[in-house]
Design a protein around this ligand. Structure first.
Ligand SMILES: [Cu+2]
Length: 200
């Protein structure tokens, strides 16, 4: 009698385990949807928190990063006063690829740091190197002559800045030459957010 009664009990245990696994799976899907990990059909690519449309032709992926923030895995940040401006080359702007053919170029800037960033494209005059622009009292460089920028969170073109985990994109027609990609939020250029793009 005991062995007969044990089987249904074991069956219920198995049902319970299956139900738990099913619920766990459902909650994972829910988290994925909430985090924007799934696009709602149609072409496109989900990058971070944003659904990025398909960018055809030449695409330069621009990574915007900063150290010391919670998204960097916590390595003991150098910040002591809690101010928004970080000093000492703790920020980076990297372009991949760094050389592209002339014509229409898409820039896809993704913020992998912990604070707001942006990407601005400026021509780089002959005999001038990147990172050498004079920085004003406001911590910014002169954006005169800007060819375009990606600073619209989860959208195209200029805006209020790209939030952590977000992206922005812009297409610019470029002639052969050298260009400087940079972030011009106060203090960021001085902290190292610039790189060269060569157009052939
Ligand atoms: Cu920045």
């Amino acid at each position: 009698m005991t062995s007969v009664g044990a089987w249904p009990a074991r069956g219920w245990v198995i049902v319970g385990i299956l139900a738990t696994l099913l619920l766990a799976g459902l909650s994972l899907v829910t988290v994925g949807v909430l985090r924007g990990g799934f696009t709602a059909g149609g072409p496109g690519l989900s990058v971070g928190a944003c659904a990025v449309p398909t960018l055809s032709g030449t695409v330069v992926n621009v990574n915007l990063t900063n150290m010391g923030g919670p998204m960097m895995g916590g390595g003991g940040g150098p910040m002591t006063g809690g101010g928004p401006i970080m000093m000492g080359g703790t920020m980076r702007l990297q372009a991949d690829p760094a050389t592209v053919p002339h014509g229409t170029v898409w820039f896809l800037a993704t913020n992998r740091g912990s604070i707001t960033h942006e990407m601005v494209v400026l021509p780089l005059p002959e005999a001038q190197i990147v990172g050498a622009r004079p920085i004003g009292g406001d911590g910014k460089i002169d954006e005169m002559g800007s060819l375009g920028e990606a600073s619209n969170n989860c959208a195209e073109g200029p805006g209020q800045g790209i939030l952590p985990g977000g992206s922005s994109w812009v297409s610019i027609t470029l002639k052969p030459g050298r260009y400087e990609l940079l972030c011009n939020l106060p203090g960021h250029y001085g902290a190292g957010m610039y790189t060269q793009l060569t157009v052939t």
